[in-house]
Design a protein around this ligand. Structure first.
Ligand code: NAD
Ligand code: MG
Length: 395
């Protein structure tokens, strides 16, 4: 904690959906009275990043994109806010003394900065699930060695974290991740085959960034979350269940050996999970919508369909195979997500590509170091890129 009594916070990916909600929560929790904002980081959205730095009183604003340096510098002219740009600058920003770091960059681009923050010993409020999917064991170890806490922000994992009782890990039978089912919950594969990114990004309950919205439609987001859960909660693959729950009111559950199931409920608003992660173990006062049970009237559940949503099957395969298969699935998914958004491949081909790359790289052993994890990630990206080019040529 800073000498002032204020908590020092850095927000990686402050211009995104989670980042903007985090700054809202920071304000709700007292703004500058309660927090010193050490650093905010973004990518191409310079105007928003500059505005956030000014209004939050951040010491440093860093953009991942070196081409944006001049524009950011100009937008912050006349202030004493430090400006930086580039991948290394983001790592340096993440390494600055902060008590808590919100990790809200999207994709594997968040891994190196978040790792730097973890090694320095900051508490990590983790939204960037890709860190755990691409380098789970190593990332968890880095946090432990750094001495900070790892507190999930993903709504499902925040729910599970809240439902896990102290010293009862041995009594946990299963964790149950809820999934909204996304916009295509009732669609056939034939219907999904022709959709564009604009159709796929329209989530029924949550308002989120593009990648996670498309990932909710394909259920790749849930696939990543299954692997995220394994690393966060140290459970076996067979203890991880997924249930489709279209209202997104139960955010996830923990089942114990006495038959009890504990659930965490709330309106679909990420600020609850963000506030909890920033205040843990306190429960902060938050101005978010309250659940109205009479209005809600019912909660529905359906078994997930791994035929229409093969991403779930792939996650199970990755969990069973272990090694770098999570990193490989994640990297191939990220590349095929971009190709889908560019209209280069169809919606269903994202899973085909991930599966092919996972099968082709099945011989790769576990990552002994971060370099191994990054190498597997890079190789999976290369192979996914090749498969995408082949599919384009065949189309
Ligand atoms: P987003 O796309 O809205 O924002 C992403 C942030 O990362 C932005 O600040 C952007 O500038 C930055 N960024 C993008 N590319 C970058 C790069 N190459 N290098 C550095 N920074 C880069 O994403 P989001 O929806 O806020 O999601 C962020 C993370 O949180 C993801 O891992 C997502 O899975 C997770 N998450 C999001 C939600 C949600 O409700 N949005 C819920 C749970 C988990
Ligand atoms: Mg989630």
């Amino acid at each position: 904690m800073a000498e002032t009594g204020r908590r020092r916070i850095s927000i990686l990916g402050s211009t995104g959906s989670i980042g903007v909600n985090t700054l809202d929560v920071v304000n709700q929790l007292g703004g500058r009275e309660a927090f010193d904002v050490v650093a905010v980081t973004g990518n191409a959205n310079v105007a928003l990043l500059a505005e956030q730095a000014r209004t939050s009183g951040a010491k440093l604003a860093a953009t991942a994109d070196e081409k944006c340096y001049a524009a950011l510098k100009e937008a912050l002219a006349g202030t004493d806010i430090e400006v930086a740009a580039g991948r290394e600058a983001l790592i340096e920003a993440a390494s600055r003394d902060a008590d808590v770091v919100m990790a809200a960059i999207v994709g594997t681009a968040g891994l190196a900065p978040t790792l730097a923050a973890a090694k320095r010993g900051a508490d990590i409020a983790l939204a960037n699930k890709e860190c755990l999917v691409s380098a789970g064991e190593l990332f968890v170890k880095a946090v432990a060695e750094g001495g900070g806490r790892l507190i999930p922000v993903d709504s499902e994992h925040s729910a599970i974290f809240q439902c896990l009782e102290d010293n009862q890990h041995h009594a946990v039978e299963r964790i149950v991740l809820t999934a909204s089912g996304g916009p295509f919950r009732t669609w056939s594969r034939e219907q999904m085959a022709g959709v564009t990114a604009d159709v796929a990004r329209a989530h029924p309950n949550w308002s989120m960034g593009l990648k996670i919205s498309i990932g909710s439609a394909s259920m790749f987001n849930k696939a990543l979350e299954m692997i995220e859960a394994k690393h966060l909660f140290n459970v076996a693959p067979e203890q991880i269940e997924v249930i489709v729950h279209p209202q997104s009111v139960i955010h996830s559950m923990v089942g114990y050996r006495d038959g009890s199931v504990l659930a965490q409920l709330g309106c679909p608003d990420m600020r609850t999970a963000i506030g909890y992660a920033l205040s843990y173990p306190e429960r902060p006062q938050l101005n978010v919508e309250r659940l109205d049970f009479a209005k809600l009237a019912r909660l529905d559940f359906e078994a997930p369909d791994e035929v229409r949503f093969p991403a779930l099957r792939l996650a199970r395969t990755a969990l069973e195979r272990g090694g770098v298969q999570g990193a490989v699935m994640n990297a191939a998914e990220e590349i095929s997500f971009h190709a889908f958004c560019e209209g280069r491949i169809g919606f269903l081909q994202m899973a085909d590509i991930a599966e092919q790359v996972m099968d082709d790289m099945v011989g790769y052993g576990a990552a002994a170091s971060m370099d191994d994890a990054f190498a597997a990630d890079a190789e999976a990206r290369r192979r996914a890129g090749e498969l995408i080019a082949q599919k384009e040529m065949a189309a």
